[in-house]
Design a binder for this molecule. Structure first.
Ligand code: GCU
Length: 612
């Protein structure tokens, strides 16, 4: 109760300013006590941010006594003479989760602010428990308010965040107001220019998470990369009583039942002998039930134990060389328009990848929803996850770097216990200039500091070797910072025609595993013709035939992830009849039909798998 009054004091003095910084992420939101806030939310389109700024362009939420016209107050007239020029409850509704672009025709191209409001009652299962408001993702800049109080701000469109609301929630008539602004920004991550649709809004699940008064905030449980007969990691408690707390870590199937005790910071580490582990792999995606039990909580997770490392030009999964038969994927639903967010979306995309013969996917160009990773764990699909440092970022801007680092930290925090994730990608197709090299070097070091067990990469660009256009190489200082050298190439599409592939030789001088992270060609499903006619299925099919032949001649290639599994929406792709706002490099059309090139790659992967 004391905490409640203390907070009240703070609120009184600091008005409604942001008294809650974003809390550290609650790991494993999936297996906690949650109440979904999904469903219909009221919304107001606010291109002038009239509900956020007064006429002097001062934010209402930084004022001692904000005007009733501040939308986050969810104001209602108290007398017939009151002047209030908005009313959430008379507004139309948006479904959450879901981008707004695909839900309302007038929002298809909208870039700006939309306000959301949801009302609900809440009863704690135990009165001493704590409550968090958890967003799986919101694109792009999100201001969150709870019962008229500002909780804080999150920047980044593809990673989860949460705020504690324990001392603000009431039994009845709570309301959450969220301002989401998807304007593209020069200093943003990503920046102004992308080849994908700028889907805005509460694009993934929103939920309330109830925890003990002392709760498990974070944990990292994995096979020791240096010793595959040992499980190691840490557990972090937060809350009122974290010192010298007992935590029971058990993995029943391995007959592991270890009692841990936290230090003065609520932190406990462990190294546990594990003799008979069934290692997780693409061929045997074995998951163990892991149970963490404290005096107030019992948290379960499904974790695969494996090692991933490189040795010379090989990628070793559990010390066995693995070839990554992959495909790139954007996060668009195969079942409806717009952003993917559901388990059904993830299942369809990954089943198509499996049907193609994949044991690997490149989730481009930003963190996808958590269903993709948990299903990849179950299906035995290795994963490349990527931070949205894409093309022409504002390299010299310190807050842009901090933003990139924050988003990467949130990605690693969320997925560090997922066996399927083997690669953290720092960027895609960024320029080889000093400012970018400093930016990415720092980011790669940061990633390693957060998780030394996975491999670092980035989709680099290839170039002529010593100005000879028929010899290609990777000449990029960031190639020295990565564990896996990856590059995109579009010979035959942006660079000559498919038969040019047979005229090119490659000189890759780095002694590292090499992936081709993108190649491809556009084709309109159902458009047939000869293979020299661009946009026909035959052209795309021939590009794959020629490219795969070329790739077979490059010794160090340890995997590919062609661009891309499914056609996807992009404002850059405006060729009438053929594109109409879609990037057509998919092997599957946006209405789920496979193109001829699908079967070329499927056949190639089948031969690859049989030759292993
Ligand atoms: C680039 C980029 C993709 C883009 C693709 C294309 O390599 O990485 O995001 O969609 O090429 O031009 O289709």
């Amino acid at each position: 109760m004391f905490r409640k009054y203390l907070l009240l004091l703070i609120v009184t003095f600091s008005g409604v300013s942001s008294i809650f910084a974003q809390d550290q992420l609650l790991v494993n939101a999936y297996n906690r006590t949650t109440t979904s806030l999904n469903g219909n939310w009221k919304y107001i389109i606010d291109p002038y941010e009239n509900g956020y700024y007064n006429y002097r362009y001062e934010p209402f939420d930084q004022q001692e006594h904000p005007w009733a016209s501040a939308f986050f107050l969810n104001s209602k007239p108290k007398s017939p003479s009151d002047l209030i020029e908005y009313d959430f409850d008379q507004m139309d509704e948006l479904n959450v989760p879901g981008d707004w672009n695909s839900q309302k025709a007038e929002l298809l191209y909208y870039e700006g602010t939309v306000w959301y409001k949801k009302s609900f009652d809440y009863t704690f299962t135990k009165k001493e428990h704590r409550l968090f408001l958890y967003f799986e993702a919101s694109n792009y800049k999100t201001e969150v308010y709870f019962n008229g109080k500002k909780l804080g701000t999150h920047i980044g469109g593809f990673t989860p965040f949460n705020f504690e609301v324990t001392d603000l929630v009431k039994e009845k008539d709570n309301f959450v107001v969220v301002k989401v602004d998807n304007k593209r920004l020069k200093e943003g991550i990503p920046t102004l220019n992308t080849d994908w649709w700028n889907y805005g809004g509460l694009t993934r699940d929103v939920k309330l998470i109830e925890t003990g008064s002392t709760f498990i905030q974070d944990y990292f449980i994995q096979l020791n990369p240096e010793n595959n007969q040992q499980i190691k990691g840490y557990i972090q408690l937060k809350g009122d009583d974290i010192e010298q707390q007992k935590i029971q870590l058990s993995i029943p199937e391995l007959k592991i039942n270890r009692r841990l005790k936290t230090d003065e910071k609520g932190f406990a580490t462990f190294e546990i002998p594990a003799k008979k582990v069934q290692y997780w792999s693409d061929e045997n995606p074995y998951l163990y039930q892991v149970i963490l039990e404290t005096k107030e909580e019992k948290l379960k997770d499904q974790i695969g134990f494996r090692t991933i490392r490189t040795k010379g030009t090989q990628i070793l999964l559990n010390d066995t060389p693995v070839y990554l038969r992959g495909i790139s994927i954007h996060e668009e639903s195969p079942l409806r328009d717009g952003r993917g967010y559901s388990e059904a979306d993830a299942k369809q995309l990954l089943e198509w990848a499996k049907e193609l013969g994949c044991n690997y996917v490149r989730l481009a160009h930003y963190p996808h929803n958590e269903h993709m990773l948990r299903l990849a764990d179950q299906m035995g699909i290795l994963v490349w996850e990527e931070n949205p440092v894409y093309w022409t970022i504002d390299w010299e801007n310190p807050s842009t770097y901090q933003n990139a680092e924050n988003q990467l930290a949130e990605l690693i925090a969320r997925d560090k216990n997922r066996a399927s994730v083997i690669i953290w990608s720092m960027a895609n197709e960024t320029p080889n200039i000093p400012a970018r090299n400093n930016f990415l070097n720092k980011l790669a070091q940061f990633a390693k500091s957060k998780d030394a067990t996975r491999l670092i990469s980035a989709a680099l660009e290839q170039k002529n070797y010593k100005d000879n256009p028929l010899i290609r190489t990777i000449d990029d200082p960031f190639a020295d910072q990565v564990d896996i050298l990856s590059f995109n190439e579009y010979i035959g599409w942006y660079d000559g025609l498919p038969d040019k592939c047979q005229k090119i030789t490659w000189k890759i001088e780095q002694n590292k595993p090499v992936l081709i992270s993108e190649f491809g060609a556009g084709a309109k499903k159902g458009l047939y013709g000869d293979k020299n006619t661009r946009w026909t299925e035959e052209f795309q099919e021939d590009l794959y035939v020629q490219t795969l032949k070329m790739i077979d001649g490059i010794a160090k290639i340890q995997g590919i992830s062609p661009w891309i599994l499914v056609d996807f929406k992009s404002p850059r792709r405006v060729l009438p009849v053929i594109q109409d706002g879609w990037n057509r490099k998919g092997l599957i059309s946006n209405d789920g039909q496979k193109k001829k090139a699908f079967y070329i790659l499927q056949d190639y992967f089948k031969k690859k798998a049989n030759s292993e």
